[in-house]
Write a protein that binds this ligand. Structure first.
Ligand SMILES: O=C(O)/C=C/c1cccc(O)c1O
Ligand SMILES: [Fe+2]
Length: 314
């Protein structure tokens, strides 16, 4: 058994709007370097913790966590196509193991994985189906959220399951440093937008395009220092990265939604994916982590960070 970890921010706007060329080159270069390492490691299993953004999960039935037993690309932002390569029997064993640890996990035979899942798979693994992958959804977009301490518990339960496995495993966490995209908030939007948040699966191409254009326009404005998005917060981001790299995750036992919202913005709630991923790695033993990249990229509405880690357990 061996376990490695990569946690990265995502921004589905990467192919739609461009920051300064040297900024974009550095970010893409950092992704490419990590992708080379993934190819050299040749994982036999990827466990991917990621949020959704009202593409696959809606208020008609919103779980805090969900393991995909079968999953396909949601198709948002034209990232990825078709099914993910989910090892169904192993994913089901994972559901049972997590339940046995008293974490009540939802599971799906028809998960729609949006850019939270598909972008890191494309950028790090080359395609969404290149490696067997178990997708684990963590709600970071739809209030109320599962507490950060439950993301720790989930990660630990998954990590204890993985610790007994023979495969070369890559744990990935997606999203989560500071960013404040214009995701509508239930309770403060008109009824037709609430209806979308409840049951907006499989939108028309026009509706999808209009939604994405709104997000891109938000990036344009943020890059000009305008608009309503909360600014990115490098201090918050670097503080979080430092916590993950040093390996003391106790801060997340008490971290509140309000604390995250104040500094990390609406999208900052996605940090639960990194929390679960690191807790997962830590449950398998001590680890060594390093920061691979950080830059706040306004045009992409992303505190863009990348961290990798190796388990020191034998
Ligand atoms: O499509 C959306 O609603 C959100 C897009 C987005 C933009 C920037 C950073 C992120 O993490 C996003 O999910
Ligand atoms: Fe996101």
């Amino acid at each position: 058994m061996s376990i490695k970890l990569i946690c990265v921010s995502h921004s589905p706007m990467m192919d739609f709007i461009h920051p300064a060329p040297e900024v974009e080159a550095a970010a893409r270069g950092a992704f490419a370097e990590l992708a080379q390492e993934v190819a050299a490691y040749d994982p036999e299993l990827i466990v991917l913790f990621a949020p959704d953004h009202f593409n696959g999960f809606f208020y008609d039935l919103m779980p805090p966590f969900c393991i995909g037993l079968r999953a396909k690309c949601a198709g948002d932002w034209d990232i990825g196509e078709g099914p993910l390569n989910v090892p169904e029997a192993l994913a089901l064993d994972l559901v049972k193991a997590v339940q046995a640890e008293d974490v009540d996990i939802a599971y799906s035979y028809r998960m729609q994985a949006d850019h939270g899942f598909t972008q890191p798979l494309e950028l790090l693994a080359g395609s969404v189906a290149r490696y067997p992958t178990i997708p684990i959804f963590i709600n970071g977009a739809a209030k109320p959220f599962p507490p950060c301490r439950r993301a720790l518990k989930l990660g630990e339960a998954v990590g204890r399951f993985l610790a007994g496995r023979p495969e070369r495993i890559l744990v990935v966490g997606s999203g989560g440093l500071s960013h404040d995209p214009p995701t509508p908030q239930f309770g403060s939007v008109p009824p037709e937008v609430e209806e979308f948040l409840i049951a907006g699966r499989n939108p028309s191409p026009e509706a999808r395009r209009a939604r994405q254009e709104r997000v891109v326009e938000n990036g344009r404005l943020l890059a000009r220092g305008q608009g309503s998005s909360q600014p990115l917060d490098p201090d918050w981001d670097l503080g979080l990265i430092n916590t993950f790299v040093t390996g003391d995750l106790t801060r997340f036992q008490t971290m509140t939604d309000e604390e995250i919202r104040a500094q990390g913005g609406r999208g900052g709630q996605e940090i639960r994916a990194w929390i679960a991923a690191f807790a997962c790695l830590k449950a398998a033993g001590t680890y060594q982590a390093r920061t691979r990249y950080y830059h706040p990229i306004d045009a992409w509405i992303a505190g863009m960070g990348m961290v990798s880690a190796d388990s020191l357990a034998s």
